[in-house]
Structures are given as structure tokens and as C-alpha cells.
Ligand binder design. Structure first.
Ligand SMILES: Nc1ncnc2c1ncn2[C@@H]1O[C@H](COP(=O)(O)OP(=O)(O)OP(=O)(O)O)[C@@H](O)[C@H]1O
Ligand SMILES: [Mg+2]
Length: 254
């Protein structure tokens, strides 16, 4: 059980789509948290096609007199029997109100482990005002998503350098690549960025649209390569988290 953050350096490589897709392919109950400070809930407007009204999310947690753990319970909405959602802010202007919520939310999310729930956080683009830095730093793993084009890798590179600095706080960073081999391969990207490759997903706009904007699934969606890769990515992320925890125990024991 773990808290996993997904973030990007530039462009829109597919953080929100991948967070939703991973949640629906996750082998255990999972809470999806929309922590992207850009606002406008990509999941409510996208995957849910605007069919569900905003009736509470991160801002309500920030404004609540309750503890973060209790306030969190009030705003969680089910998307399926195994997937629930905490909606993000409605506008970018609300992000400032979240400044103090991350610190208290981080331990509340970690505590969900006791109820058998993992957490996937859509942290959006790095470096924005209102970014959920405490979540990025307290997650069991924070994954940088990037495409394999030169501009994407170039933008990811400066963040990778920052992430690699001792004391910057990401506990167990890794890469999640979209469009492996188009043109650069896993090993090349991992080497250039100096970060471990955790998983990759195919560049498949038709399948991705299912989780991005609630498009009807194409034929053989469930058995196709996009969903198979999402399931494999879920396994690889869990293995990455387990390695990180093992390394931590090892470090403490020494
Ligand atoms: N694996 C994929 N293959 C092809 N297209 C994808 C894939 N994943 C996402 N996309 C597409 O990329 C576009 C951007 O996706 P998404 O909004 O999830 O990116 P993002 O990184 O969250 O962007 P932002 O930073 O703007 O929130 C969408 O059109 C989506 O369908
Ligand atoms: Mg997004």
C-alpha cells in the first residue's frame, strides 16, 4: 500500500490520463487525488464528461474545521467499486488556499494504508504556484512523466537534475515514459536523465481518450496493448515502491 505521485516537467505528456488509467487498472482499492494546482478538475470535466457536479474537493478540505483525515472522508466520491476521487480546485486562483493543506493531507493519505487503500496523486506540472510539494516529498514514490521527444526530454532534464540533488526531498523518484521508442528508448532516456525507468506506456491517443475525456472504448480495449501496459505499469510501480521501502529499512538498520 502506498502513496504515488505523478508529475510532469513541461507540455502535457499525459499525467491526468495516466493517473486515471492507472487507478482503473490498479489491483487494489485506490484513491485518486487531483492535486494539480492548475484548477478546473480535469477528471470531472474529462473522464466524467462534466456529468458530475463539483460538490467538494481539496478546497473544502482546506476550509474545513475538521482534521484533514475527517475532511478527506467528507469529499471522497466513488468512481467505481475500487476507485474513488478527491476532486481538485475549480480555478487556479484557489490553489493559494491549498498552501497549508498539503502538510496535513500528506499524513492523512499515508494513513489510508491502514484501510487497504493506495493513493495516486495527479500533481500536475512541477514548479507551479500551489504545487503540492509536501506530497511530492512524502510519497512512497514520485514519478516524472515524459514523452520521448527531444523537447520533452530536454525539459525533464533540468528537473531531473534538481530531483537528484541530495536533500531535495523526493523519496524514491522514477520515470514513466509515454511513447517509448518515439524516437528515444527507455534506456537512453533513463541514462540522459539519470533516473530509474519504472514503466512505459504506448503512444495510443485513441485508447488514452477513454481516460482523458471519457471517449467510448475502442474494440478490444480491455485486452489491447494500452490497458495491458497500464496493468504492467501498476505492477512495476508497486515493485519500485517495495524496493524503495526495502532500501529505507536497510539504511536505517545500518
Ligand atoms: N499514452 C498516451 N498516448 C497518446 N496520447 C495520450 C496518452 N496519454 C495521454 N494522452 C493524450 O495527451 C493529451 C494530454 O493528456 P493529459 O491532460 O492527461 O496530460 P497532462 O500531462 O495531465 O496535461 P496538463 O499538464 O495540461 O494537465 C490528451 O489528449 C490525452 O488524450
Ligand atoms: Mg493534467
Amino acid at each position: 500500500m502506498a502513496v504515488i505521485c505523478l508529475a510532469s516537467a513541461s507540455g502535457s505528456p499525459g499525467v491526468t490520463t495516466t493517473a486515471v488509467g492507472l487507478a482503473f487498472c490498479w489491483p487494489r482499492p485506490v484513491l485518486l487525488v487531483e492535486a494539480d494546482p492548475t484548477g478546473g478538475s480535469g477528471v470531472l470535466a474529462g473522464f466524467l464528461k462534466g456529468t458530475a457536479t463539483y460538490d467538494g474537493g481539496l478546497v473544502e478540505i482546506a476550509l474545513s474545521p475538521l482534521s484533514a483525515a475527517d475532511a478527506l472522508r467528507e469529499v471522497v466520491r466513488p468512481l467505481s467499486p475500487h476507485v474513488s476521487l478527491v476532486a481538485g480546485t475549480r480555478t487556479h486562483g484557489q490553489a493559494a488556499a491549498l498552501r497549508d493543506v498539503w502538510e496535513s493531507l500528506a499524513p492523512a493519505l499515508v494513513d489510508l494504508e491502514a484501510s487497504g487503500q493506495d493513493v495516486i496523486v495527479d500533481a500536475g506540472r512541477l514548479g507551479l504556484a500551489g504545487s503540492p510539494t509536501p506530497l511530492l516529498e512524502s510519497a512512497d514514490s514520485t514519478l516524472l512523466l515524459t514523452r520521448t521527444s527531444l523537447p520533452s526530454i530536454s525539459a525533464a532534464r533540468s528537473w531531473a537534475e534538481t530531483i537528484r540533488q541530495p536533500g531535495t526531498g523526493w523519496r524514491h523518484p522514477g520515470l514513466l515514459l509515454i511513447g517509448e521508442g518515439q524516437p528515444y528508448r527507455d534506456t537512453e532516456v533513463s541514462k540522459v536523465l539519470g533516473m530509474p525507468m519504472v514503466a512505459d506506456l504506448p503512444d495510443d491517443p485513441v485508447s488514452a481518450a477513454v481516460y482523458y475525456r471519457g471517449a467510448p472504448p475502442p474494440r478490444r480495449f480491455e485486452t489491447g496493448s494500452y490497458v495491458r501496459n497500464l496493468r504492467a505499469a501498476a505492477q512495476a510501480i508497486q515493485a519500485h515502491v517495495a524496493r524503495g521501502r526495502f532500501a529505507l529499512v536497510d539504511e536505517v538498520a545500518r
